[in-house]
Design a protein around this ligand. Structure first.
Ligand SMILES: [Fe+2]
Ligand SMILES: [Fe+2]
Length: 151
């Protein structure tokens, strides 16, 4: 059975994925320098995955007789993922990505828990599938972070 908590989390996650698409795409375009290349390539690949996440969430909302929102209800949250003034500041983007992936992991864990409690195995499956991708993204950027140790 579906609950408001489930549809609220699906909607929140849908909007977050689209904000992530915008910020990953922008950072993949704007970063400069030899240290940026691997990060840019990774961000570009992740843009496609995050877009696919939004599609899965939107389709699940539709199946639950709800609809994903348009941009009018959009509120930006990813302050730490704004493109850096210094376009060689790859480290700030890495930190922003880690924060965004942490937030996503938290959201999909909450979605999984709500779906499990509501006996909604299809939404549970969506949550677990996306959660696995977000954990992989997090691991990849933790690797990049090790290359750029904070002082
Ligand atoms: Fe995602
Ligand atoms: Fe991700």
């Amino acid at each position: 059975m579906t609950t408001n908590e489930i549809t609220d989390l699906l909607t929140e996650a849908y909007v977050d994925e689209l904000e992530t698409v915008m910020n990953y795409l922008t950072n993949a375009i704007v970063l400069d320098g030899v240290h940026a290349e691997e990060v840019k390539t990774s961000l570009e690949a992740d843009v496609q995955e995050e877009l696919e996440h939004a599609r899965m969430l939107g389709e699940r909302l539709k199946q639950l007789d709800e609809a994903p929102p348009g941009s009018e209800s959009f509120e930006a949250n990813q302050h730490s993922l704004q493109p850096p003034e210094d376009t060689t500041d790859v480290q700030s983007v890495i930190e922003g990505v880690l924060e965004a992936e942490d937030d996503a992991i938290e959201t999909y864990r909450a979605l999984h828990e709500a779906a499990s409690e509501a006996n909604d195995p299809v939404t549970e499956d969506v949550a677990v599938t996306i959660l696995a991708d977000e954990e992989a993204h997090h691991t990849e950027f933790r690797g990049f972070q090790k290359e750029f140790p904070q002082d």
